[in-house]
Design a protein around this ligand. Structure first.
Ligand SMILES: NC(=O)C1=CN([C@@H]2O[C@H](COP(=O)(O)OP(=O)(O)OC[C@H]3O[C@@H](n4cnc5c(N)ncnc54)[C@H](OP(=O)(O)O)[C@@H]3O)[C@@H](O)[C@H]2O)C=CC1
Ligand SMILES: O=C(CO)[C@H](O)[C@H](O)COP(=O)(O)O
Length: 469
């Protein structure tokens, strides 16, 4: 009866695919879903893998189907559903059984659950899983956080199901408490930023260069053969080239321009503010999703001011300009994400393995990209250095920042909104300006609040100006 090596709760998009992946790798798995018919249908459709899967109609039956000490994966929405499942499991689990939250949790919740588990058990591990439905089925990237011994206990299963890059599993232990979910949140922040910059370049092609969806798709497909090679560029090409079977129109022409979001990008920028970690491209991407939801207001604005985008004169921008701008933007947004990871170490007493994170992200996850191998090398060479200053990426930025400036400049001139690309450029310019303008901020603060300032010509921190009120 109790023969399953692992259990899983939540047979939705991700959970169902993870369960099949686990069964396919040879592990016996017991599964439970809140809606029983889903469990039945899942098992009926599992084909040759059905014999490895024990469908359970109650939490109690699930627990009894798993060999001790038990390990149970939760794949349910973040927040209350996770706490509800933990509470339901507590009635049946032993203190040394292990609950693994594999959904997208806010890492503060994971910290709290880990602390509660440490007091009374059962044990708790928080793992970030990325790769969407296809990744869950064929190999996601996995970032674990909690107690090393708990990670070690389930690592054979997690590394078996993870994506492999040149044979190396894209799975690793990030550190204690919520560190795995923190790394996953930053991953999602980079995901938001990369998606937004791609969408902005699509907007320049569609509204500025009057290119069809098919032509935009062709451009993305071509770039997927070069330095931009990545999952997001690949699927953007596929999305742009797909036609709606009902109307025959390009899918992009019938999809409403209102972006959904489940909260991970927002968690990232809120945490970035707490950490004083500058992630302006990610912030712009979250802001753009929020603005996209304001359909009525945008219509009112267009009626009042006239439509913003204007067609560009022929030859204003080339395909190379767009590709090079995206290369620069991509380097800068990943650099910001890694800087944010590093800035979390001191306050949370973590030692996030930045080079290993880049290695893990090389495959399986949504932000997988040809650049990540070089990022891993750069972070191994100098773990404390901002990626934009690493020789390989500095050389790319020296070559391509002019295109980023050109695209942002042209977009501003012709009314094409490119907030994330603009933020990438501002970050780049700020990070290469030795003497900035915060001296004026300090002068203002001292003028109105006697907050004091430092001087360029003397040591000390509390100088004041001879301001006339
Ligand atoms: N979709 C994706 O690309 C990715 C999602 N994730 C994360 O994985 C988790 C699951 O996402 P996904 O599979 O997409 O979600 P789905 O909406 O497809 O599935 C949700 C699952 O959770 C169950 N569920 C929902 N609410 C409760 C509850 N209160 N108690 C018990 N079970 C509940 C549902 O059961 P029922 O059938 O009864 O409704 C269903 O099995 C989320 O945390 C998500 O953020 C992570 C990476 C990628
Ligand atoms: O974690 C994921 C990918 O890595 C999920 O697909 C997540 O839902 C994406 O975020 P959002 O729904 O906010 O776009």
């Amino acid at each position: 009866m109790s023969h399953s090596q692992i259990g899983l709760i939540g047979l939705g998009t991700m959970g169902a695919m993870l369960a099949l992946n686990i069964a396919e790798k040879g592990f016996d798995i017991a599964v439970f879903n809140r809606t029983t018919s889903v469990t039945k249908t899942f098992h009926e459709n599992a084909g040759a893998l059905a014999s490895k899967i024990t469908p359970c109609e109650t939490i109690e039956a699930l627990v009894h189907a798993i060999a001790k000490p038990r390990a149970i994966i939760l794949m349910v929405p973040a927040g209350d559903p996770v706490d509800q499942q933990i509470a339901a499991l507590r009635d049946y689990l032993d203190p040394d059984d292990l609950i693994i939250d594999a959904g997208n949790a806010n890492f503060h919740d994971t910290d709290r659950r880990a602390a509660e588990a440490a007091k009374a058990g059962p044990r708790f591990l928080g793992i970030g899983v990325s790769g969407g439905e296809e990744g869950a089925r064929n190999g996601p990237a996995i970032m674990g956080g909690g107690e090393q011994q708990d990670w070690d206990r389930v690592a054979p299963v997690l590394t078996a199901i993870a994506a492999k890059f040149d044979g190396t599993p894209c799975a690793g232990f990030m550190g204690k408490g919520g560190s795995g979910h923190f790394v996953k949140a930053v991953h999602n922040g980079i995901e938001y930023a990369d998606m937004e910059m791609i969408a902005e370049i699509y907007g320049v092609m569609r509204d500025g260069m009057k290119m069809s969806a098919q032509a935009c798709g062709d451009a993305f497909a071509k770039w997927d053969d070069g330095p931009l090679k990545s999952y997001l560029i690949e699927i953007s090409g596929k999305v742009a080239r797909t036609a709606d079977p009902d109307s025959g129109k390009p899918m992009l022409d019938i999809i409403l321009d209102r972006a959904g979001q489940k909260g991970t990008g927002r968690w990232t920028v809120i945490e970035a503010q707490h950490l004083a970690a500058p992630v302006p491209v990610i912030e712009a991407a979250v802001m753009a999703r929020n603005l996209s939801a304001r359909l009525e207001a945008r219509k009112e604005g267009q009626d009042l001011f006239g439509a913003a985008p204007e067609a560009l004169p022929e030859g204003t921008l080339s395909a190379d300009d767009l590709e090079h701008a995206l290369i620069a933007g991509k380097i800068l947004c990943y650099a910001q994400g890694f800087e944010m990871l590093r800035s979390a170490n001191a306050p949370f007493d973590w030692d996030l393995p930045l080079p290993e994170i880049a290695l893990i992200w090389r495959d399986g996850c949504i932000i997988r990209s040809a650049m990540l191998d070089d990022m891993a090398r750069a972070l191994t060479d100098a773990p404390e250095r901002n990626l934009m200053y690493a020789p390989y990426f500095a050389a790319l930025l020296k070559t391509h920042h002019a295109a980023l400036r050109k695209v942002v400049g042209v977009a501003a001139r012709y009314g094409l909104a490119v907030p994330a690309l603009s933020m990438a450029l501002s970050y780049f310019d700020t990070m290469r300006t030795e003497r900035g303008t915060a001296n004026m901020i300090q002068g203002q603060r001292d003028f109105f609040g006697a907050h004091g300032f430092e001087r360029t010509d003397r040591d000390g921190t509390d100088f004041h100006g001879p301001w006339a009120m």
